[in-house]
Ligand binder design. Structure first.
Ligand SMILES: CCCCCCCCCCCCC/C=C/[C@@H](O)[C@H](COP(=O)(O)O)NC(=O)CCCCCCCCCCCCCCC
Ligand SMILES: Nc1ncnc2c1ncn2[C@@H]1O[C@H](COP(=O)(O)OP(=O)(O)O)[C@@H](O)[C@H]1O
Ligand SMILES: [Ca+2]
Length: 546
């Protein structure tokens, strides 16, 4: 590979050790030397041997600033600013803040301070690094932040103020912050009021439900501004603004599946350095009327019932899902219905592939480079298939849905941005078998390797519950409620199982059960980069091997 031209190279001092510091267009490197101290005009010279080597890609430098020396005064025990001494031996310094990779995909903001005696040299370093950073045009300068103060453990505000705002301020990002006052506040503000021209992105502090609000606000606003009708549009207009997720909810699967961890500082750093991860969005329609969008899980049966039950237990915080999970598992309800789906072509792989969607995924990249027309795309997907039966769960995972409960996800090989969703059908089976299947989400075994589990990679699907086939959903719903609702509520394990479940759509209950789902390839972008391969965070030096 061609060597990058050097912009600057000096010997600077780092914690009283001499370092060879070099900046080119791609990386900042410093190598410590063991030195017999001998100062020459602002630089140290001395006999040396390489003692430690560091390398930071320019695109992962957060900021640079001149450092004012601080030292502890002996008597008061407090930190005081040392007055500037206009002497020959005066030390000048600058501090570079940069991304450092920790275990488990977490990132931290680290700092290194270089000293020198030549003021001009110090300024030259600061200016040159600043110029390099100003050329990184994908970095946001202005953000609109929405905080759900009631998500998860109700720590959204604290997390933002203590973990995120300092990182944004270090990177000189300006923010307008809105703490939501009620559900749908963020969605409606984005949809109707926000002056989006002022911003380079939107930040969501909350869980998957809060993200869903932001997603809906942004997509609807974009369609409205472009004159597109969400009810009948085959093709939707992608949003120009990226969304950043600061995890502060109960599941936070969208953050986990796109970053690899639920950590506010890591997410803030992905935003600051201007990462970009395209993401598929499913549109859900009922009788040609638009209902909702989904990016993670659309789940009928088990996950719909868990969510319905958990809504009454919101006060419990994230633990509500475990309680409702056990309760729903024990009730062991199954539901009859018909699923028709349009399988994705072979080139998209299958949900049982060993290859996973990771940072810079080639499968997803292919989608953004291959400019197929909608017709060509449709043509390559084959014919609709139909299947009926009794199901414990019907899950559509547009992404892996990895989260702390299942680090590999509901569909470990699903892609973030390939234009497909993985349809997982769990047919009626014994409680023990279903438990075995659930447990496999938490270990290395293949959760699809059961006779009662079927998986398909699809581009569209439809679902119709059995009792409503050909009928009007609302009428039948009402009559069913009148007839069986009372009995079933009182005796949930009565054998007269309710005929329908509900759809869990990214953590929101859908009002209808007969739905048509279409995947819109790469409709939105996040401030993320997908999960990095282990080698990258175990050995960040590989990043510098440019
Ligand atoms: C026995 C252990 C079984 C572990 C099975 C783990 C499967 C977990 C799959 C999680 C998929 C998550 C997909 C994301 C959904 C979110 O959009 C959505 C909203 O998130 P938000 O609150 O942050 O806004 N979250 C959810 O719908 C929560 C789903 C959580 C399901 C937990 C299920 C626990 C099941 C426990 C069964 C235990 C059986 C024990 C028998 C004695
Ligand atoms: N200020 C608010 N008061 C009440 N509900 C809110 C508020 N702001 C957002 N919400 C709603 O709270 C729900 C849950 O939010 P979320 O941040 O996803 O937390 P969790 O992960 O705990 O479910 C979302 O459906 C969102 O619409
Ligand atoms: Ca996908």
């Amino acid at each position: 590979m061609e060597k990058q031209p050097r912009l600057l190279s000096s010997q600077l001092s780092l914690q009283n050790r001499v370092c060879d510091v070099t900046l080119n267009c791609v990386v900042l490197t410093w190598k410590e030397r063991e030195t017999t101290k001998k100062r020459v005009s602002g630089s140290f010279l001395g006999s040396s041997r390489a003692a430690g080597s560091h390398c930071v890609p320019v695109c992962e430098i957060i900021a640079v600033q001149e450092t004012t020396e601080a030292c502890q005064s002996n008597d008061a025990g407090r930190w005081q600013m040392v007055p500037q001494q206009p002497s020959e031996s005066e030390q000048h310094a600058f501090t570079v803040s940069y991304v450092e990779r920790m275990r488990g995909h977490r990132w931290r903001c680290s700092e290194v301070t270089f000293h020198c005696t030549d003021w001009r040299l110090c300024q030259q370093w600061i200016q040159t690094i600043k110029e390099q950073l100003s050329q990184l045009t994908s970095r946001p300068k202005s953000l609109l932040v929405y905080i759900n103060p009631y998500g998860g453990k109700q720590r959204g505000k604290w997390i933002y103020e203590h973990k995120v705002a300092p990182v944004f301020s270090r990177a000189s990002i300006s923010t307008d912050v809105i703490v939501t006052e009620c559900a749908n506040h963020a969605r409606n503000h984005l949809k109707k009021e926000a002056d989006l021209k002022k911003y380079d992105g939107v930040v969501c502090v909350g869980g998957d439900g809060m993200f869903s609000e932001i997603l809906h606000g942004l997509i609807s606003r974009t369609q409205c501004d472009s004159g597109v009708d969400e009810n009948c549009a085959e093709t939707l207009v992608p949003s120009a603004l990226r969304i950043g997720i600061i995890p502060a909810g109960s599941t936070d699967c969208i953050c986990f599946a796109t970053v690899g961890t639920n950590d506010p500082v890591t997410s803030a750093l992905h935003i600051v350095i201007g990462d970009s991860q395209p993401m598929d969005v499913c549109s859900v329609h009922h009788n040609n009327t638009f209902l909702r969008y989904s990016v993670s899980l659309l789940g009928y049966g088990f996950f719909g019932d868990v969510l319905t039950d958990s809504e009454r237990k919101r006060w419990m915080g994230p633990a509500r899902y475990d309680i409702s999970g056990v309760k729903t598992f024990l009730s062991h309800r199954y539901y009859e219905g018909t699923i028709s789906f349009l399988p994705a072509a072979d080139i998209f792989g299958t949900p049982r592939d060993k290859i996973k969607c990771r940072s810079g995924c080639s499968v997803c990249q292919k989608q953004s480079t291959e400019k197929l027309t909608e017709e060509e795309r449709e043509g390559s997907y084959g014919v609709w298939r139909v299947t009926r039966g009794k199901f414990l769960a019907i899950n559509a995972a547009s992404m892996s849905c990895a989260c702390p409960r299942t680090p590999k996800g509901l569909s470990p090989a699903a892609h973030l941005a390939d234009g497909t969703t993985d349809l997982i059908l769990i047919r009626k089976c014994s409680r023990l078998d279903f438990l075995r299947h659930l447990l496999r989400h938490t270990n290395k075994d293949d959760q699809f390797d059961h006779t009662f589990v079927e998986v398909h990679r699809v581009q569209q699907f439809r679902f119709t519950p059995k009792h409503w086939e050909g009928g009007s959903e609302l009428d039948l719903c009402e009559s069913k409620n009148r007839l069986f609702g009372q009995i079933c509520r009182q005796q949930p394990v009565c054998g007269c199982a309710p005929a329908h479940s509900s759809w869990n759509c990214d953590g929101e209950i859908l009002p209808q059960t007969t739905i048509h789902v279409r995947v819109h390839c790469q409709l939105i972008k996040l401030f993320a980069r997908g999960i990095e391969e282990k080698t990258v965070f175990e050995d960040p030096y590989t990043l510098c091997a440019v």
